[in-house]
Design a protein around this ligand. Sequence first.
Ligand code: B12
Length: 245
Amino acid sequence: MDRIVAKGSILLMSIFLLSDAKQRGEDGVNDFEPLIAAVMAGKREEAVNESAKLLETGATPEQIVRDGLTVALALLGPRCTAEDFNLLEILLAGRAMMYVIDKVVQPRLQAGTSMFAAQPGIVVGTIKGDIHDLGRQVLSVILRSATYRVIDLGKDVEPEAFAECCAKEKAQAIGISSLITVTSPTIRRVKEICRARGLGHIPVVAGGAAVRQASAEYLNVDYVARDVFDGLNYFLREVPPDGSL
Ligand code: B12
């Protein structure tokens, strides 16, 4: 019964995500469906071509990430369960996504001209117990494009490592990525550890599919980002890159 309910909600989510993509097309703005289909099929050249077409019709790099790439990977969620786990399909889709980031998104993001090393540092990492790293890589690209000095600790990162790195690098914020729900207790520890080390003032932001619905109180963080741009806006407010705070 539980499985039927879970499959039903996955189906509903897929219908919602796709009809949303379609609606945007019908509104005469952009149709992200061909890009979504290309990424899901792992066709990276086709994904780049579809992204180029979208840019020509006025889509922004932000929309390509939010309404195209992230939606495509989210739709592959049902391929990532214990009963139905297609590793190759998911990895090819992930590769296609990063190809679009490298070839299309990154070159078009505004890169600031100020001295990189002098900018506020943000320590990012995927929390212990989680090996998903596509979302974190996108986060690093977007934060670097906003001229932040990003220290990327990689995946499966111990909660202590965030605070340690913050102290060592004199960083001013932390970004935790998590796609696996069972990591919540580990996420909660990051702020505690920061406080114990006298770093309680450092803003800790959590993001990723697993935490999007959770509250900041529940995760014991300062902010939960809906997506990468929501997170970027928070960082821009709290630790502006030009140091104007
Ligand atoms: C790709 C993928 C994989 C790949 C990962 C490849 C890689 N190198 O990352 C592989 C095949 C390895 C994999 C493995 C597993 N996966 Co998987 N995977 C996915 C999938 C399909 C897409 C995730 C993704 O990359 N999305 C694209 C990125 C861009 O989106 P994102 O990470 O959410 O990031 C965006 C934002 O959230 C934001 N963001 C992300 N982090 C942060 C952090 C901050 C600070 C901010 C501001 C923003 C931010 O930026 C991005 C752009 O906006 C999801 C399905 C889904 N619905 O998400 C399942 C999913 C996450 N996986 C799942 C599972 C269960 C697993 C496995 C346990 C499967 C298994 N049976 O072993 C293992 C994980 C083992 C482990 N210990 O970690 C489940 C998790 C369920 C849960 N809630 O706990 C999901 C949700 C699928 C499902 N069944 O519903 N997976």
